[in-house]
Ligand binder design. Structure first.
Ligand code: MN
Length: 260
């Protein structure tokens, strides 16, 4: 791999075979050298989990002048940490996670392995973003998300993010000509409600199956949820420090004498 070209580490949580990741890999080749290190199977909704109690294995799938593709038996966060601290021969200039099949807005952000991989990049001090498409069909408009990712990467390679910030990008599933524009947003309200479904196994024992809960969204000006619904590309800055600063004065006042 050439020393002059930027090095981009690409991962996802849908696995190294995912169409979104492979579309993005092809699109990014115009920008620099690409190191893909992605889970060997789908690992969606695994958040920031890391693997501490079993060996991590990495398999080289493809190697060319400008691109290496590895699959890894770890989580998305493992992939980024291994990529940066074991596989790359220099620090990547950018970590990108995606293109995820399905939006990551509101409470999705907490569970998302896609977003977590980008956060892992930021924890290592590398400018990082996650990109997801609000896919509605079996043939999502990955080309729209690729265009957004390439333009954003060009910008970030010149203007890196400071202070371990991360960008969470969500793209509507439409041709690029139908995108209304870019909205800089905050995390909106999308919550999962309702009972978790119970069924019975062949032995008559109950089991539960997550994932069928209903999503409730609130339309709020300036939120990722609303921007996406209105046909905009949503870009939300996130930070790894999740201290609830607004509660500090209140809690200091109320809880300082808790043990006296
Ligand atoms: Mn996913």
């Amino acid at each position: 791999m050439s020393r002059e070209r930027p090095l981009i580490l690409l991962t996802n949580d849908d696995g190294y075979l995912a169409r979104g990741l492979n579309a993005l890999k092809e699109a990014l080749l115009e920008l620099g050298d690409i190191l893909v290190i992605a889970p060997d199977r789908p690992r969606s909704s695994i958040s920031n989990a890391v693997t501490l109690h079993k060996p991590l294995r990495v398999e080289l799938i493809h190697l060319s002048d400008a691109c290496a593709v590895y699959s890894c038996n770890g989580t998305p966060a493992d992939c980024v940490a291994l990529g940066i601290r074991a596989i790359c021969d220099r620090m990547p200039d950018l970590v990108i996670s995606g293109i995820n099949d399905g939006e990551n807005v509101g409470d999705d952000i907490i569970y998302s392995g896609t977003v977590a991989a980008a956060v892992e990049g930021a924890l290592h001090g590398v400018t990082s973003f996650a990109i997801s498409i609000a896919s509605k069909s079996s043939q999502p408009h990955y080309e729209t998300a690729c265009e957004v990712a390439v333009r954003l990467s060009q910008y970030l390679l010149n203007e890196p993010l400071q202070d371990r910030a991360v960008l969470n990008v969500n793209v509507p599933d439409v041709p690029i000509s139908e995108v209304k524009g870019v909205a800089i947003t905050s995390r909106g309200k999308k919550r999962y409600v309702g009972r978790i479904e119970m069924r019975y196994d062949p032995q008559g024992r109950p089991y539960y199956w997550r994932g069928s809960e209903r999503a409730v969204i609130e339309d709020e000006e300036g939120s990722d949820v609303t921007a996406l619904m209105q046909g905009y590309v949503s870009i939300t800055p996130l930070q790894a420090d999740n201290t609830a600063f607004h509660l500090l004065p209140f809690l200091k006042e109320r809880l300082k004498s808790l043990l006296t």
